[in-house]
Write a protein that binds this ligand. Structure first.
Ligand SMILES: [Zn+2]
Length: 477
């Protein structure tokens, strides 16, 4: 069987979180009654003239800065002609020859290795409406509330070699657009979605072979699974001596398969031409400077800073910076206690609780506040409870949002550090296990942990472990 290498490129559509649409003043709010956020411009009525949304231009430029692109001072809108019921004008306004940003790259880490993935171009365009087929057996409806909503399309180079790299690229980009605050990041509502181009070639070759395009992948998991499926499918085709057909394929997440949508053997002719209703977009140098100066700290920079703050490996910290909310949570709790310990609680018990309870890794969904996590770190540091108890009660604290000190007082689970009480428990443990005590004195010093366990059991885990160790060492010799 031949050895193949996958060649993957992504086209990511990011819905911009502007208040109004790209070329009119209609609201971009999601979930309004059908066809209520529309006007003559976004309905594509003849004679209605589009006006560019300045904020959308700024947002697109911010994505360009954050992905190391050149931001063009002059770019041009073009009409992309195709006919579909959810596209009332019969064309989409996009950018073709002169996009707003080009020639960038993104540093991506996957499976322990880092690499730069090229960004070929970023362009602005308006979204189409939505066809609704499931409300009536005999009719389809069209909702044009989404028509005209601003998107940026980010086109990567064919630089990724595995589904893991593609997923990592997408996660990195997701982090950037949500940190920038230019996209609400809601993948279920389609605010961040992607298409993937994939082909296989003989390993080591540098020829691009026939590719397929996978449409509308709207979760990180689906991107990965769809690409994995498509690699296997193309490998089988090639191993059978057949040729891969150039076509668009749709991923079916329920069945985990892709199937052909329409053949693309002849490339679609969109008959692009510059939109005569829109002037070229011109950005002043001073705007570029001001917008750049207002860039927030991005995930990569935050990752480097958190790594320095905690001394923990980047791979561990990565999960904390993926969402700005999680990073803010960490930062607040760390400022009130100990950065490294906060990070360890977040990476360990906190993630475990999220997974176990099906809660998103997103602090706005958590009852626990940064003050509570910092409080937990502090009461362990002060010896009010030991680390084991802290772990045991973490789930309760996480789901209830209680302040740890009050919780510990109420439940009476404070650590026992009273030497007299512990001495009694230590004496009792030794007296109850004379054979083990004799063996210990005979040199089997590993039995110390057995005695620690006995004392812990007798005190329901509340004994201060350092004191117990000290007392046992004194009494057993
Ligand atoms: Zn409108």
């Amino acid at each position: 069987m031949a050895q193949y290498e996958a060649v993957i490129g992504l086209e990511v559509h990011v819905q911009l979180a502007t208040a109004s649409k790209l070329f009119c003043a209609c609201s971009t709010a999601f979930g309004c009654p059908p066809n209520t956020n529309v006007c003559e411009v976004c309905l594509g009525m003849p004679g209605a003239l589009p006006t560019i949304n300045r904020e959308a231009v700024r947002y697109a430029a911010l994505v360009g800065f954050a992905t190391n692109c050149a931001v063009n001072l002059r770019s041009i809108f073009a009409r992309k002609n195709y006919f579909y019921p959810d596209l009332p004008a019969g064309y989409q306004i996009s950018q073709y020859e002169l996009p707003i940003c080009e020639h960038g790259f993104l540093y991506v880490r996957a499976e322990g290795k880092g690499k730069n993935v090229g960004i070929t171009r970023i362009h602005l365009e308006n979204d189409a409406g939505k066809n609704i087929h499931d409300q009536n057996e005999n009719a389809s409806y069209v909702d044009l509330n989404r028509a005209g909503t601003p998107l940026v399309e980010i086109v990567s180079g064919p630089d990724m070699r595995s589904p893991a790299e593609a997923a990592a690229f997408l996660k990195t980009l997701y982090g950037i657009v949500t940190y920038l605050g230019i996209c609400d990041g809601n993948m279920e509502e389609g605010s961040f979605r992607c298409d993937a181009n994939i082909s296989l070639r003989a390993a080591g070759s540098d020829i691009l072979s026939t590719r397929t395009e996978l449409k509308n992948l709207n979760s990180f998991k689906n991107v990965r699974r769809a690409l994995e499926y498509e690699i296997e499918r193309q490998r089988d085709v090639l191993d059978d001596g057949d040729a891969v057909r150039q076509e668009t394929r749709l991923y079916d997440a329920d069945k985990n398969v892709t199937h052909a949508m329409r053949s693309k053997e002849e490339a679609h002719d969109y008959r692009y031409f510059p939109d005569p209703d829109l002037l070229p977009v011109e950005i002043a140098e001073e705007d570029i400077r001001a917008w750049k100066a207002g860039l927030p700290e991005l995930p990569g920079e935050r990752l480097a800073r958190f790594t320095r703050m905690t001394g923990l490996p980047e791979a561990d910290i990565e999960i904390l910076v993926q969402h700005s909310g999680t990073a803010d949570f960490f930062e607040k709790a760390a400022a009130m206690s100990d950065a490294r310990k906060v990070a360890n609680y977040m990476i360990g018990p906190m993630l475990r609780e999220c997974h176990a309870r099906g809660v998103p890794i997103e602090p706005s969904c958590w009852a626990m506040k940064p003050e509570a996590l910092a409080g937990l770190v502090r009461i362990v540091d002060r010896g009010i409870i030991n680390a084991r108890i802290a772990n045991d009660i973490f789930g309760d604290l996480f789901s209830s949002g209680c302040m740890p000190e009050a919780y510990v007082t109420e439940k009476g689970i404070g650590q026992i550090s009273d030497a007299a009480v512990l001495e009694e428990a230590v004496d009792a443990a030794i007296a109850a296990n004379p054979a083990e005590a004799a063996a210990f004195r005979g040199g089997r010093t590993k039995l110390l942990s057995f005695f620690v366990g006995q004392v812990m059991r007798a005190t329901k885990g509340k004994a201060n472990p350092a004191l117990v160790n000290e007392l046992l060492n004194k009494k057993l010799y």
